[in-house]
Design a protein around this ligand. Structure first.
Ligand SMILES: Cc1cc2nc3c(=O)[nH]c(=O)nc-3n(C[C@H](O)[C@H](O)[C@H](O)COP(=O)(O)OP(=O)(O)OC[C@H]3O[C@@H](n4cnc5c(N)ncnc54)[C@H](O)[C@@H]3O)c2cc1C
Length: 556
């Protein structure tokens, strides 16, 4: 069996795990990160991507609010190409308690969040689609953050500085020497290979799966899985984050992101056994549309693209599951101290936007265990792509001859790394995905540098298939391009398409009416009617049931 030795093993390739990998490498520590699926395939890729100002927590939890605003300021500097500094509004509807507006202003003051009261007329000038009946409005420094880019940029930096990444590789069990964890045994699903990694410290950054990981180490870490669902609408109907000014509840945020807007979110307790099967329920879609419409009335007239859900990795600190003991803050556990198991740390809770702080706290503890005295620098060193911002004018001049729209979208997604993608050779800027302006050059870059194995991974790195057609016109082009450039075998390329549509289908099923239904019928004609894809067996990811399910629903 293959055997690897390193200083630290990190389990989980979400924002937290990739952030820890980067922090460790920057402090001279050797790391290997193991992710069972793809980067950001867990909760990191299943949230609103709201770069909180902290205002959402300012009334109930000033500590979380302060953490948010501090990280908000740092991330705007080090992760520029993952962030849109949109700004945010908190608006009060006639039916809302007007006192909350004043409590929010006070809370923001305590947490040092720049919150300004503006007139309703000014709010409507900033966001013309807002409900004109609002009675109060506040501006806050909210923004949006792309979780896929964030995780990819963190691990890219770690790998370029000597770290190692295994995706599609599951940690199956721990290697122990009495009460010390000395490594993990892993299984690589794509290569169908099992191997061992030995390390001085193992970090459990596996989010909501942390309970399972701890169980494998014989330790109890109770999670309180709380499902949140979101609906994506097919236009960017707002340009700033719109929050409802009331105690956090269902359907009270609308977040713009790339070419779309998201309505979020719900909160439903689910049993731990169901975390891998969670789906969006009909009542959740209903409440999100109903409440979303109260903030921006256009919501009901706009085509829905898909709905999805994520599970909050909340930890029941005392081990009880009665709700009061649930921490929404960051939970770092030194298992040597708490459980007498040496060489093992868990990090959970927190938020996407506190990932860097969580990574810093974890790496500090790793350093203490390894007797390394090196301070964190992740708050100062920009991520690859965020080094400096060149002006639009400079970009267009530099890449003259390449269509402006392609230069813009490549820069938007890859920041300063765009110069590695944009070539004047016409073939390289041929479009693979016209909804999201993804070129052949960008696909090649993602395959060669961003740890892409199939079209689902490619979607997370480039937005291929995330636009209005949901992959109908680009999935076969992307698969064809990958096969042509030997990133996959021809036979596997067809199976990859099935897996891709099974994945897309999960998000379309909950909103399967109107334009979404029409679009899916069109996709069905192409892939089943023309290509007969349903006659093939599914690829390595899928269960093979997805295509049948579409058939069943169609016949029904
Ligand atoms: C509905 C919802 C909305 C949210 N909105 C926001 C928001 O707007 N802003 C914000 O800041 N935060 C938000 N959050 C919170 C945020 O998404 C999470 O706190 C954060 O993404 C957690 O990241 P993570 O890396 O800790 O966990 P994850 O992203 O879940 O990563 C854990 C990884 O571990 C891997 N793994 C598990 N078991 C194994 C194994 N055996 N071997 C190898 N790998 C394994 C998983 O595949 C997964 O990729 C939201 C959360 C939810 C649910």
């Amino acid at each position: 069996m293959k055997r690897i030795e390193t200083d630290v093993i990190i389990i989980g390739g979400g924002a937290t795990g990739t952030g820890i990998a980067r922090d460790c490498v920057l402090r001279g520590i050797q790391v290997v990160l193991v992710e069972k699926d793809d980067l950001a395939s867990g909760t990191t890729g299943r949230n609103h991507g709201l770069l909180h100002s902290g205002a959402r927590y300012a009334v109930q939890d000033v500590e979380s609010a302060s953490e948010c605003i501090n990280e908000n300021r740092i991330l705007k500097k080090i992760a520029r190409h993952c962030i849109e500094d949109t700004g945010g509004l908190f608006v009060t509807l006639p039916e809302d308690d007007p006192e909350y507006h004043h409590a929010l202003i006070q809370g923001c003051k305590k947490a040092d969040i720049n919150c300004r009261e503006i007139s309703v007329t000014d709010a409507l000038r900033i966001e013309p689609n807002l409900n004109p009946t609002i009675i109060h409005a506040l501006t806050v420094p909210d923004g949006t953050i792309d979780p896929f880019r964030l995780a990819a940029a963190n691990i890219l930096d770690a790998v370029e500085r000597g770290g190692t990444l295994f995706t599609h590789t599951k940690v199956t069990h721990f290697l122990r020497n009495q009460n010390t964890i000395i490594g993990v045994c892993c299984h690589d699903r794509l290569k169908k290979e099992t191997f061992e990694i030995y390390a001085k410290v193992v970090v459990n950054a596996s989010g909501v799966w942390g309970q399972n990981i701890c169980k494998q180490a014989g330790i109890e870490l109770k999670m309180f899985p709380s499902k949140g669902s979101m609906v994506i609408i097919d236009y960017r109907i707002n340009n700033v984050v719109v929050n409802r000014c009331r105690k956090p509840a269902d359907g009270d945020i609308i977040v713009p992101g790339d070419t779309v807007s998201l309505i979020g979110t719900t909160s439903k307790k689910i049993s731990y056994e169901k975390i891998d099967e969670a789906v969006v329920d009909d009542d959740e879609v209903e409440v999100l549309l109903k409440d979303g419409e109260k903030l921006i009335p256009n919501v009901s007239k706009t085509r829905m693209l898909r709905a999805y859900c994520g599970i909050r990795p909340l930890v029941a600190v005392s081990g009880k599951m009665d709700g009061r003991d649930i921490s929404r803050g960051i939970v770092r556990v030194d298992h040597e101290e708490r459980d007498g198991v040496k060489g093992f740390i868990s990090i959970a809770g927190g938020k996407l936007m506190t990932y860097r702080l969580m990574a810093e706290m974890t790496t500090d503890l790793v350093c203490a265990k390894l007797n390394i005295n090196k301070a964190c620098t992740t708050h100062q060193i920009p991520l690859p792509g965020s080094e400096q911002k060149s002006s639009e004018h400079k970009q267009i001049k530099r890449f003259s001859g390449i269509p402006k729209s392609i230069v813009g979208s490549t820069h938007f997604r890859h920041g300063e790394r765009a110069h590695r993608i944009l070539q004047k050779d016409r073939k390289s800027y041929g479009l693979i995905c016209e909804c999201e302006m993804v070129t052949a050059g960008e696909v090649d870059y993602a395959i060669n540098h961003l740890f892409v194995n199939d079209i689902i991974d490619l979607r997370r790195r480039t937005r291929v298939g995330m636009g209005p057609c949901q992959g109908a016109l680009c999935a076969y082009r992307a698969a064809g391009h990958m096969a042509q450039h030997e990133a996959t075998h021809e036979e596997d390329a067809a199976k990859m398409i099935i897996d891709f549509f099974e994945e897309r289908w999960k998000g379309i099923k909950p909103i399967f009416w109107g334009d979404a239904l029409r679009e899916m019928e069109f996709t069905y004609w192409i892939y089943q009617g023309l290509f007969g894809l349903g006659n093939l067996i599914s690829g390595s990811r899928g269960s093979g049931k997805g295509v049948e399910t579409i058939d069943e629903i169609r016949n029904f």
